[in-house]
Design a protein around this ligand. Sequence first.
Ligand SMILES: Nc1ncnc2c1ncn2[C@@H]1O[C@H](COP(=O)(O)OP(=O)(O)O)[C@@H](O)[C@H]1O
Ligand SMILES: [Mg+2]
Length: 569
Amino acid sequence: MSEDKDDIELDIDQKPVGRLVGKTKIASAKILIEDKRVERTTYLCIYGERKDDGTRDYYVMSIGKIWNDSQGLKAELNVVGERPPRPFEVGSKVFLAKNKQIIDLLGINNPQEKSVALGELLGYNFEVNLLVKNFGRVFVTGRSGSGKSYTMGVLCEELMDKGIPLVILDRHGEYGSLKIDANGGESEYIDAIIEFSDLSINKGADIDIEYLFSLDEKDIVAPNLCSIVNMRGISLEAQETLAGRLLKKLYKASTSRKIPPFYLLLDEAHLFAGKKSSETSDTVRLFSQEGRKFGANLVLGTQRPQLLDTTIRAQAGTWVVHHLTDVNDVKITISSAEDLTSAHKSDISGLDQGEGIISGEAVSGIPLFVKVRKRKTQHGGMGFNALDFLSEKTIEELKQRKSRILQNKSPEQLEAGKEMFEEVLGDKTRNELLDMVAELKQKVKKLETEVETWKGKYEQLKEGGALASSESAGAEEAISSDLPEDVKELQMDLKVWKEKYKALKKKVEAGGEQPAQEAGISKEAERKIENLKKYTQELEQKLNKLKTEKDEAIRIAEETIKEYKKLKR
Ligand SMILES: Nc1ncnc2c1ncn2[C@@H]1O[C@H](COP(=O)(O)OP(=O)(O)O)[C@@H](O)[C@H]1O
Ligand SMILES: [Mg+2]
């Protein structure tokens, strides 16, 4: 890259912000910083020799690590974009990169109408405009209070600005605030939003959630429409089932192209797509693995990335990482997110509220530090009530508009949807039973392996105890090292006794006579064998007990499955 501006020549005469020290490479170098303006997020620049036409090549660099030592403030620089043909000269002057150089290089100056504007580049006063088509499945993480939901709200505004269909699964009733402007009036999105909820609990919602399944997929997903499913007041289990059902319905509709490409937002996703396999998590997995092909995209938010299903995590194309503290969460985030390295550990734990690192598909291989912009709409706390902000007149108008949606439906459609919803709510006992069955199944499995282990031990002991038949076995029997200590000891004893027995037998056969000693040994051997028999009996008893327990567990499981089948009917 080259720049032919005169101001660059001016710059080069002026004081640089530092000089390269130590070893240099073509992709990285070390700088001794001499200017207080340089921070972790500052972009720097090194110029090449002035060419015949008066221009100079330049190389933009980001800071990988920054530290203090006896010489002063130092940093590791990484070349972003084009690299020099040769390693930099030690002592090279380093300058602040110019805004234009940074914007061009990072590819963040995309047309507004095609971009998501999440905020400004941290430490700079220009916007990061990333192409919406590059976002793919988005993963927003950060500890509680770091700004995840706020950022997801900004994303909603950005997607709505582009008319992209949006479905929000809202656990806490936070997203109804998108209807209200930051200043407290009705927002520009109010007519685009339909909020489903239990109206007796969440008065600011529009349509009773029991009609959610009465509606066609096209009533929920459409251009310039944002459907919020406010599940506040519904038990977590029913929320999970509800989410699963809705996702399945929408996934099917999108695979058959019944609905246009859309984004589905799932905050606190670890609760719906945890490591434990369930109908819902399987659906989320399918959605995240296959959905993009059909334009069914996801934005997942979670404060515990480590709890989220690994496959789902691996499907994330773009990561927005806020402040994280838990070491494992940081580790997992770094290993899953494209272009984040262990050098970002301290960055992630050093982010302030509302600051994030964007990495992955949406940015071109360079993780960007962003200060997320202010919301255009309110940021709702749990149970946000839009009615507190709206005039009587607006509320009445909204009511009429929303009821028109239901008027299009036949009584049968309304009734069928209601039944489906009631089934979701009634699923509590069914889910409890399923959990019980799963738990029992696990118990049975554990018992089975335990029985197998004991069986193995028992067999080994039986073999070891076969004193009489040992004559034929000339080969040494190895003592298995993964047996419990007491069993090993017994086997060792047996081996010794076998040898003694063989030796004695030989002597007797050869006509040697040592009756007293032999008698003594036989007695000792008898005692040992008695002990062994006792031990074997003990083992057999244990085995039988385990078998009974296993049979009992299987019986309970079968009964529970029967109960569950009855209930299902
Ligand atoms: N980009 C931001 N600009 C201004 N304030 C923010 C920003 N992000 C978060 N906040 C503040 O932090 C609080 C917690 O953010 P929130 O998104 O609710 O956290 P969580 O990560 O738990 O979802 C918000 O109520 C808001 O006051
Ligand atoms: Mg939140």
